[in-house]
Design a protein around this ligand. Structure first.
Ligand code: 3SL
Length: 232
């Protein structure tokens, strides 16, 4: 039986062997929720990059550029990191280069894995179905916040473990902890997360509707996967 494990921060990735595994990169608030939304809205490819300058350079190749730092859209880029900015037809058929504080880092630091998929509550079942079909050991890589643990990515890991409980083993304390947290939170995740650091940070920026949207489950049946240098 394949195993599901959870890495609470990209800074802990050196403790894990990614070879031959499937990584689920997750940044619920908001990078991976936004990427899933972009694909659901018809985006062609997404190039996640770590640095602002690297991202800006993609404009010369006809890409839309998207950048967030500390929760705010970086100046001079086409898009920020709100899923609502990717709705309404503006990303349909377009390539997008994106850099965010933590989410794009989690993706790029997982490149040794056999497969990287992008996870969010928005596409939870699509991710679970894909992993069940692949049958590889899974590591959920939580983006966290600047190297530190966060609650919302951990809750996603617990939700995924629940969806895979009949077909995957989960022996690590991190998976157990994520599962217990999700069982406690799942009836009202929005309330559960009200005191979390990132919700407080984003509420300060007055983007309540982003938070509520990113916590909705199974809105989209899309599965962004990493191939070579991009998500498609
Ligand atoms: O850190 C990130 O990658 C972002 O998702 C953070 S924020 O939600 O845009 O604040």
């Amino acid at each position: 039986m394949p195993n599901i494990d959870v890495c609470f921060s990209p800074e802990l990735l050196h403790l894990y062997d990614l070879k031959g595994k499937a990584v689920v990169a997750v940044d619920i608030l908001r990078a991976t929720s936004t990427m899933v939304t972009a694909f659901a809205e018809g985006a062609a490819n997404i190039f996640p990059v770590m640095e602002l300058e690297e991202c800006r350079a993609f404009a010369g190749q006809g890409c839309l550029t998207a950048a967030e730092r500390n929760g705010i859209k970086a100046e001079g880029f086409d898009l920020g990191n709100s899923p609502f900015g990717y709705m309404g037809g503006n990303v349909k058929g377009r390539n997008i280069a994106i850099t965010t504080t933590n989410g794009t880092r989690a993706i790029r630091m997982s490149e040794e894995a056999k497969e990287i998929v992008i996870g969010a509550f928005l596409n939870l079942q699509a991710v679970a179905d894909h992993l069940a079909e692949l049958g590889l050991d899974v590591l959920v890589v939580c983006a966290g916040w600047k190297g530190q643990f966060n609650l919302e990515d951990t809750l996603f890991a617990g939700a995924l473990a629940e969806r895979l409980q009949d077909t995957f083993s989960s022996e690590s304390d991190s998976t157990l902890a994520a599962s217990y947290l999700y069982q406690t939170a799942k009836t009202d995740i929005v309330s559960f997360l009200r005191q979390s650091s990132h919700v407080r940070r984003l509420e300060h920026l007055e983007i309540h509707k982003d938070i509520e949207f990113c916590l909705r489950h199974d809105v989209y049946d899309v599965l962004p996967v990493w191939r070579h240098d991009r998500l498609l």
